[in-house]
Design a protein around this ligand. Structure first.
Ligand SMILES: Cc1cc2nc3c(=O)[nH]c(=O)nc-3n(C[C@H](O)[C@H](O)[C@H](O)COP(=O)(O)OP(=O)(O)OC[C@H]3O[C@@H](n4cnc5c(N)ncnc54)[C@H](O)[C@@H]3O)c2cc1C
Length: 403
């Protein structure tokens, strides 16, 4: 039997980035082979996706099914709970300040991932091989993946959506040092007595952020970043004691708390590859950037990777994995990825730092943000769509010049 197959686009990895990439390329008219196992086990996390990422899911036809199980994010707050000498004022961002009804939606991964997998399985343009890539061979004209059953898939372009350790990235010869952080995230969902009013609050503590994000009803999700040993201890507490600890940490902001079954601990790390594409391989999602879960950036950035890669592939339909196409992708993604990764890592380090200058810089930055509405609006627009903050500023400037 001939195991040789040829596909224009090969997507390696079937996490959220791989599933979205496969759907996006297929919708753009490419033949797609997706390689990766179906998700096993429950992912108790939720993912806050901002409006531009939701627009991508809408184009892919999956948003309507997700909406009833998601909660809108209308207000986002940062509270300094470090208890340090230099503390920042609370900063509140309201979507209405920039003319939006909501910043985005908070979606349970247990809803998002099956919806994406169902859409991929139903798409006639996608051949989903539910196996691992065992090895890669990259030559001048093609990327070749050998699968666990010995078969081979070849394509002009390989999309590496195979996560933070990305074997495809390694095969392409792109170095990426993965730096483990002295932090882990305890993740759980909880019910609460008072209404959240669609507000997410990020409490900044000396060990990292404690982030509450609304879910439908009087429920919220929690990402609590602490030292790895503390995460283990917290995860081992009985429900009542843990509920009390969560309520205390939130200063009883939402009244009585009751944690739901299902707690997970994620060790945190950071990784920044030297390039974002090379040798027929383009990196998307966590293969391209890993940083701590602060400010809901990870998958939003991953969806922008995919959107840009598809745009460039459509301009180079004959050979989307060519050197020219990959160079265009690398330079288009570089500023956004470096800016987001840099900002998140810097903020995280300033929380952990005992150094007064780092604390003062963070406090001064947040004080200015809290008191100066145009700057707050700039950051909110930039947070949603890179470049749109600048557009709004220059638009406003042009209006003033015309006057
Ligand atoms: C606690 C926490 C909370 C978060 N909250 C948010 C949030 O609110 N908003 C947000 O935007 N982001 C958030 N993120 C980040 C987000 O979860 C990640 O960006 C996202 O999961 C990355 O998806 P991915 O598909 O790139 O990688 P993964 O989910 O790691 O998927 C990689 C896939 O590749 C597969 N794979 C690996 N090797 C191979 C191989 N050889 N062959 C085939 N397949 C392979 C794996 O099996 C896996 O399925 C959060 C992260 C954490 C840890």
């Amino acid at each position: 039997m001939d195991h040789q197959e040829t596909a224009r686009i090969l997507v390696a990895g079937s996490g959220p980035a791989g599933l979205i990439a496969a759907l996006g390329f297929a919708e753009a008219g490419f033949r797609v082979t997706l390689i990766g196992p179906e998700a096993a086990g429950a992912d108790g996390r939720t993912t806050a996706l901002m409006n531009p990422a939701l627009a991508v899911l809408e184009r892919l036809g999956v948003l309507a099914d997700l909406k009833p199980k998601a909660a809108p994010l209308k207000v986002m707050r940062i509270v300094d709970a470090t208890g340090r000498l230099i503390r920042s004022p609370t900063v509140t961002f309201r979507a209405t300040e920039i003319g939006e009804e909501q910043f985005g939606l908070n979606l349970p991964n247990s809803v998002l991932l099956p919806a994406l997998a169902k859409a991929v399985a139903a798409h006639s343009g996608i051949d989903w091989r539910k196996l691992m890539v065992e090895s890669w061979r990259l030559d001048a004209g093609h990327a070749h993946a050998t699968l666990a059953d010995g078969s081979e898939v070849s394509a002009s372009l390989a999309v590496a959506a195979d996560g933070r350790l990305s074997p495809a990235r390694e095969a392409a010869g792109i170095p990426a040092s993965v730096r483990p952080y002295p932090q882990a995230a305890l993740v759980l969902n909880f019910g609460h007595r008072s209404e959240h009013a669609f507000t997410s609050t990020e409490f900044h503590t000396e060990t990292g952020p404690f982030t509450q994000v609304p879910l439908p009803g009087n429920r919220s999700s929690l990402v609590w970043v602490v030292k790895p040993e503390t995460a283990k201890e917290l995860a081992a507490l009985d429900d009542d004691t843990l509920s009390q600890r969560v309520e205390e940490q939130m200063q009883s902001m939402l009244g009585r708390v009751s944690v739901e079954p299902g707690r997970q601990v994620y060790p945190l790390s950071a990784a920044s590859p030297g390039r974002f594409a090379q040798n027929r391989v383009a990196l998307v999602g966590e293969a391209a950037h890993v940083f701590p879960p602060i400010g809901a950036q990870g998958l939003n950035l991953g969806i922008r990777d995919i959107d840009d890669l598809i745009g460039i592939a459509c301009e180079n339909r004959i050979d989307p994995g060519s050197r020219m196409s990959l160079a265009a992708y690398d330079s288009r993604r570089r500023p956004d990825i470096l800016a987001r990764s840099g900002a998140v890592n810097l903020l995280n380090r300033s929380l952990l730092s005992d150094m007064l200058p780092a604390q003062m810089a963070r406090s001064a930055g947040l004080s200015v943000l809290g008191s100066f509405a145009p700057l707050r609006a700039f950051f909110m627009r930039e947070g949603l769509r890179p470049g749109s903050g600048f557009q709004a500023l220059t638009g406003g400037f042009r209006k003033q010049v015309r006057r």
